[in-house]
Design a protein around this ligand. Sequence first.
Ligand code: AMP
Length: 515
Amino acid sequence: MHLYKTVAGLRSALASRRDRRAIGLVPTMGALHLGHASLIQRAVAENDIVVVSIFVNPLQFGPSEDLQEYPRQLEKDCRVCEQYGVDIVFAPTVEEMGTPPSQESPSSTVTAVVPPPEMTSVLCGQFRPGHFQGVATIVTKLFNIIAPNNAYFGEKDAQQLAILRRVVKDLNIPVEVKACPTVREASGLALSSRNQYLSETEREQAKAIYRSLQAARKAFCTGEREAFKLINIVKQELALTPEVKVQYVELVHPQTLTRLEKIEEAGLLAIAAYVGSTRLIDNVILRHRRPIIAIDGPAGAGKSTVTRRVAQSLNLLHLDTGAMYRAVAWLVMRSGISLDDEGAIAELVTQANLELIPAEPPNPTRVKINGEDVTETIRTPEVTAIVSQIAAKASVRQALVQQQQRYGKTGGIVAEGRDIGTAVFPDAELKIFLTASVEERAKRRWQDFKEQGREEISLEQLEQDIQARDYFDSHREIAPLQQAIDAIKIDTDKLSIEEVTEQIINLYEQLDSKA
Ligand code: AMP
């Protein structure tokens, strides 16, 4: 692992390694804990090169805030990064980042990124003027210096996450923002570098914060949707621990941050409170959606058959991602666009209107593109011949992932793919990693071929092909095969399709009873 303190050092190091490899960035202020570690682990799993930045950013501290006291422990943080497999730690000085060295210097002495005021004037923004502008400015600088493919942020700082997503969108910054769930102590207290300031008694009192959010979540699960009622539940629960001084409790839309009167689809219920002199924040997302099942795994593990059966049994929409890629391939073919005309394909796919329409089982989900039903035509050998080339294009993937995520909003779907649980639905309620040994998968394929009267391919050849395909799938730049950290692995070597389907249905039902 390398530590760089200058932009020049970091840029040169990255330039020599960049050659089309994925770079992941985890921006932090250091004093790393297991919350940061979860972002780092995910970045390491999803990228070839991981940069962790450690910078206590003066621009995001107000004059009466804890800039001087904020914990700094670079050596220890570097050891943590090394342990998790980080490639580079970037720890610039304030001068190197070109930010005012002290709180006396006004932040207006540097070029600033100003997020929309409606997003910065709610929640923490009301009490920390300039904070999110400071965050947006520094994170944009980091994006420009590092040019990462992916950047990882915690849902614990939900307002920061929503604002940075908006900055990336509005400024067309070519980075994918990845949200990571809040990591908590067993007591429910969200991990934070500022927890170091808490005494034992205060730490005990701070547990009330998550307890109050849980009380609201419980009410939400039993049907409560009104903002003022949910907020009152939080306040009543917090009132039982008067040492916790509430700064705000608000319910807003998780993306736009506009205040909600009622939750239609999803709401972000957020708190800031003082425990002693320490300011803590926490939140929960209350989402009104049926669960999502995401099934990943290597080629030939039985994903598509199992997914279809699970969808039928549980009456869920089968989000047939393969059919979506086929539909785009068909459209490209029909439009007469050359397969290497990246620009024309990108334009075509971003303007296409794709629909998946559930059909009565056992009929497959119907697929329409630009109003035309292509359910059957997308299965022709001509489409099959070009679909993997189409699916490997970043623009196609990006557009289809967005479409898939739109379907995910209301839930009630089961989807399969090589990175459904890691990239498309990282917040899926149930993630399955379906796998089988190379030998078993080769045997199954060989059996299929035999049934089709094709006996010319040997078992050994099939094993080699599968091994090569696994290697390619796990190492390809776009959407590589990975097991999500929170996925349940099912090894299907000794299981029938029925048994695998049954296991997934049982897991889904347990989920329902937990909710
Ligand atoms: P900070 O060092 O506080 O600026 O945090 C750096 C990143 O880690 C931000 O994206 C935070 O949202 C994230 N983070 C901090 N605490 C947690 C936590 N308990 N769980 C998940 N992510 C966190």
